[in-house]
Design a protein around this ligand. Structure first.
Ligand code: PRT
Ligand code: MG
Length: 228
């Protein structure tokens, strides 16, 4: 990087791109951006735009699916982004390298848990060494969790509405994100085991961190200070 000094002003003027999912992560990221002196006037809920400008003409937001955020950042289509530990854990098993995860932002907190239909004796099934069918979007997390416990499982990959699987006999258990537990209760499911606590992390493209340091650092610093 021998052109660093000469190109400093170019770097300072370069557009930075941040990848975010709409919904809870977007909502909880707004105060962090405010702490960095940046505001966003359009909401992804009401706007159909997938690229949103910010009050900083050199920062734009990409609105993508939560599970796609690591992909945009790893390939450098976004310089940085925010993703849940649940999503990151799965992603890194499949696509290791290229992502730097410097800050736990402590937002969008929840947990990954095992849940079963009310009345299903999970402890007894585990004790008996039964082979369990587990439906989940988090196949790597689930496989690792049950392997550690020495429980035999058949994992069934789903892309959403996991809560339905035990109700219609597709699975004995699910591994899913739980926050208030309201969705489980509404579907007569009960959490029986915690798998991991989840919060969202700032993720940064490794090349961008090296080549756009002076643009990224003020934002990263502000996020770090604002994250409690
Ligand atoms: O919705 P979509 O299919 O596009 O993707 P997604 O569900 O992965 O994205 P999104 O925006 O819903 O969640 C983004 C991130 O927020 C997740 O990756 C988690 O890290 C985090 N998070 C925090 C949650 C929740 N809380 C949460 N409650 N993600 C999902 N949920 C679900 C939960 O599974 C349940 O279906 O929200 C529903 C309500 O939860 P309860 O327990 O409060 O009823
Ligand atoms: Mg969702």
């Amino acid at each position: 990087m021998n052109d660093c000094v000469g190109n400093m002003s170019n770097e300072d003027n370069e557009m930075l791109t941040m990848a975010l999912s709409k919904g809870r992560i977007f909502e909880e990221t707004m105060p962090l951006l405010e702490a960095a002196g940046i505001s966003v006037s359009e909401s992804p809920e009401s706007s159909r735009k997938l690229i949103l400008p910010t009050s900083d003409p050199r920062l734009r937001l990409l609105i993508v699916r939560a599970s796609d955020v690591p992909t945009y950042v790893q390939y450098g289509a976004a310089d940085f982004g925010i993703a849940g530990r649940d999503v990151l854990y799965e992603y890194v098993q499949e696509q290791p390298g290229g992502l730097y995860q410097p800050i736990d932002l402590n937002i969008a907190k929840c947990r990954l848990a095992v849940a079963v239909r009310e009345g299903f004796d999970y402890e007894e099934a585990v004790k008996k060494g039964a082979r369990l069918r587990v439906a989940t979007k988090y196949v790597n997390v689930a496989r690792e969790h049950f392997a550690k416990k020495g429980v035999y499982v058949d994992i069934i990959k789903l892309y959403g509405s996991m809560e339905l699987a035990p109700l219609v006999g597709l699975a004995d258990a699910i591994v899913d994100v739980v926050s208030t537990g309201g969705t489980l209760r509404a579907n007569n499911l009960v959490p029986v085991e915690d798998v991991m606590p989840v919060s969202s992390r700032l993720i940064v493209n490794q090349a961008a961190l090296k080549t756009r340091t002076s643009r990224l650092m003020p934002i990263l610093d502000a996020f770090q200070k604002a994250a409690v």
